[in-house]
Design a protein around this ligand. Structure first.
Ligand SMILES: [Zn+2]
Ligand SMILES: [Zn+2]
Length: 284
């Protein structure tokens, strides 16, 4: 199992010289299973460059929720317009509607010139079930996390490796019952990717907004017995230096827990001991 980060930012894209190392695109991760089949998690603006690298493709897209930073790249995902692509989309049921409705809503006039009917490469929309389900050789499990509106975390297991993706989650605001379910989702994972948007100093002014600090992410990872924690969903106002300072904040608390920061273009090998391959300059 291998993951590549195409968008690591939260809330809104933040391109520019101060974010060039960690990237300015919003949430999108490419996950390759051992047979090279493709799972994409979230469709933030990072999915545009992923699509350009793919051309016609077969893929499953798992959406965590419908905030813009997780869906806004979808109208720019070129494979969805290519005949012969087969893209299956899963997302939570929200206000009684599934992912087809919410993705098509952002493609109505006057917001966007192309109409949903042009997405000929999308073969299927599904509401994500809460029972585990199979995607090829992988088993996928979803759980609600602590974030405004219905928001999911995903656990993907394949060939003895496990990856848990929780992009938006406020650990300190979860009820004890909710926290137990989130810990169970992440239990013993090889890699947990988790929201760490705010510093401890910033958090009191953003309580209830649905995001965590590195301390909260480390605490969750330790309680779940995770092997490697990835800090994700960087605040758009944070420079590369501020993101690294947050990583240091997390490492000072992490003990034996391995900790890295998601950087656009980096590849993380999950099979065996997780290792990071730094982004090629061309990707950035
Ligand atoms: Zn978000
Ligand atoms: Zn959100």
């Amino acid at each position: 199992m291998e993951i590549r980060y195409w968008g690591t930012r939260g809330s809104v894209p933040a391109p520019g010289p101060s974010t060039v190392r960690h990237g300015g695109n919003t949430s999108c991760v490419e996950l390759r299973l051992s047979d090279d089949s493709l799972i994409i998690i979230d469709a933030g603006t990072g999915i545009r460059a992923l699509g350009a690298s793919l051309g016609r493709c077969e893929a499953t897209l798992l959406l965590t929720h419908y905030h813009w930073d997780h869906i806004q790249g979808m109208p720019f995902f070129a494979p969805a317009y290519i005949p012969g692509s087969r893209i299956t989309i899963y997302g939570p049921e929200s206000s009684g509607r599934g992912p087809g409705h919410w993705l098509e809503e952002q493609m109505t006039v006057p917001y966007f010139p192309a109409v949903p009917a042009q997405l000929c490469g999308v073969s299927d929309y599904n509401c994500t079930p809460f029972e585990p389900f199979r995607l090829g050789d992988a088993v996928v499990r979803a759980e609600r996390v602590c974030h405004p509106s219905v928001t999911l975390g995903y656990r993907i297991e394949e060939a003895g490796s496990s990856f848990v993706y929780i992009s938006d989650d406020e650990v300190d605001d979860a009820t004890p019952q909710q926290l137990q379910k989130i810990i169970a989702l992440a239990q013993g994972a090889d890699v947990l990717l988790h929201d760490s948007q705010y510093s401890e100093g910033e958090y009191p002014g953003h309580r209830g907004w649905g995001h965590s600090t590195p301390r909260m992410a480390v605490q969750l990872a330790q309680e779940a017995g995770v092997k490697h924690l990835v800090l994700f969903h960087h605040d758009p106002s944070h420079s590369d230096e501020q993101v690294e300072a947050l990583a240091d904040e997390g490492r000072s608390l992490a003990g034996d827990l391995a900790l890295s920061v998601a950087r656009e273009g980096d590849v993380l090998q999950i099979t065996g001991t997780p290792t990071i391959e730094r982004a090629r300059q061309s990707v950035l």
